[in-house]
Design a protein around this ligand. Sequence first.
Ligand code: SF4
Length: 459
Amino acid sequence: MNVYDSERIIRLLKPEGFIRTDFPEKADLIILNTCAIREKAEQKAFSFLGRLSKLKKKNPELLVGVGGCVAQQEAEKALSRVPSIDFVFGTHAVPRIAEIINRVEVEGRRIVDVKMSDEINESGRGVDDTENSTVSRFVTIMRGCDNFCTYCVVPHVRGSEASRKPDSIVNEVKALVDAGVREVTLLGQNVNSYGTKEGLCSFPELLSRVNDVTGIGRVRFTTSHPKDMSDELIDSFQNLDKLCNHIHLPVQSGSDRVLKKMNRKYTRDQYLDKIMRLKKVCPDIAITSDFIVGFPGEMEDDFQETIKLIETVGYDGLFAFKYSDRPSAPARSFSGKVPEDIKKKRLKVLLELQESITAEKNKMLVGQTVQVLVEGFSKKQGNETLTDKLGKTQWSGRTVAHKIVNFYGSDENENLPEISIGQLVDVRIEKALAHSLWGICTHIDHDTRDEKGDKHYAA
Ligand code: SF4
């Protein structure tokens, strides 16, 4: 969500004459887009902002802004905490960013804009060449959350749930495809409840419309709340040819007692039932998840339930974090806080288990041919492509299961035409590494070239 918002900020500031720089010391304006989901992320944001005071001393004209969830949460308090901040803008103030900067310059004073609104911006993010990836983009379909999990700040800092209209989402996807994008990820805090409040179409219906956009190569979505995952959505993995066989389904804990305290509104068995149905409809589906260890009151037995769940599901990957108190989240006042050393130990056990599962799963891919969306070169320095020890270019991309694959292209296989970014290619996996796969391209799809052989998707 923050990557998407940052891209939007860049696009909105371009007409104001701002261009990106990779060197903070050369910047006239520095904006930090923050995350409040964990205490550590918030601490890092404030320490970064503190360090900017040195740059401000060197260049008093430099403007510093802070946006995102920490900005929404802290508002005026952020100004008193960090003297170098010139403006604070909340999660709903992104469309007003140019106006806010203008006001800071004209009025010569510090500004806080954390006003929230019920309206959702229908214009989306649009297409822009200043963004990071030319082939894979996020498309936000909704904003906010109404679920109020007891550990989470999102409903408080991003507001209540609101969905964009399906036509404007589909039009945004069409525009992205026309600009060369091949993969879109539909974004929302809980995509499964898309459109329910507004009486729009269901999420599976929206997915089907996006799947039908001519030229789209892959469709993904995130995040999906298990309690709202319908059979219709599960069937989409069988019915929609562009939908990647990958689902991120955060469970957070394997213990019913902890799930109840988290207000997740599903039990371990209900979650496992959905996983089984997904695997039945799509046997090779990749499943990833989120976990919190050391939630208040989590006992060793609860943690062991989590471990057993991970073994039962056999995740392809997961994100796991130690619980931390967040302002405005009810769990802050829960008793039974787990000591830091126990949280740390549990996190280590969990991550080591997952590492061995991932390694096993990756090993099983050796010798198989997988489809990869070419995203770029595996080794780059600035705009220069670096060759490996053998003097060859290595390409990089992702499988439908979102695994990173680095591979040799046509310089290894003379029968292949030249590869370009944005193509869907077949890669034979030769090696499974700890965090990626390595292979050799065996086939390049031809629908990315016209009859004359010209590439449609240039690097
Ligand atoms: S579903 Fe729960 S964890 Fe996810 S954003 Fe909403 S409140 Fe937070």
